[in-house]
Design a binder for this molecule. Structure first.
Ligand code: AMP
Length: 148
């Protein structure tokens, strides 16, 4: 029988992924699986040292990383207080690549994510993370649509 020992939940702090979290969490409890929560900070275009000094980018990147860590911490303390079997990760890069690489590296059995993420310019520039994860992942992927 197939089972799920590690479930990766991809979180972009949108309504779509909040909704998908309920499924990831239910699956983790159902299969006594470890939940691996992953958030990816979109890697900015690399213009360090071109328009502005390198140091300005370093400060900005640190503030972004600190802010993302805080959001992840808050989410975990609000939602996973009674569920110790989880790990949280904030990575930087191209979201679908980081999600697929992490899933391979940690030999996860299932990826859970929303079909919709944060609205706005990100989507126009970078396309659908969900679609790319589905195309590239080597493990099963559960995509969850927001209720209509
Ligand atoms: P999208 O396809 O970009 O609209 O996003 C669909 C889903 O992909 C979201 O609901 C999240 O589950 C996941 N996702 C998108 N961007 C990220 C990100 N930066 N980090 C982690 N997960 C993400």
């Amino acid at each position: 029988m197939k089972t799920f020992k590690t479930i990766l939940f991809a979180h972009d702090f949108s309504e779509g992924s909040d909704n998908a979290f309920d499924y990831a969490f239910s699956m983790a409890k159902c299969f006594s699986a470890k939940l691996l929560l992953v958030h990816v900070i979109n890697e900015p275009v690399d213009l360090r040292g071109f328009y502005v000094p390198h140091i300005s980018f370093e400060n900005l990147e640190k503030e972004i990383a600190d802010g993302a860590e805080k959001m992840m911490d808050r989410f975990c303390s609000e939602n996973l207080a009674d569920f110790p079997n989880y790990e949280k990760l904030v990575l930087t890069g191209i979201p679908y690549e980081e999600i697929v690489n992490k899933a391979n590296e940690s030999a996860v059995d299932l990826i859970v994510m929303g079909t919709h993420g944060r609205k706005g310019v990100d989507h126009i520039l970078f396309g659908s993370t969900a679609e790319r994860v589905v195309r590239n992942a080597t493990c099963p992927v559960m995509t969850v649509r927001l209720p209509v």
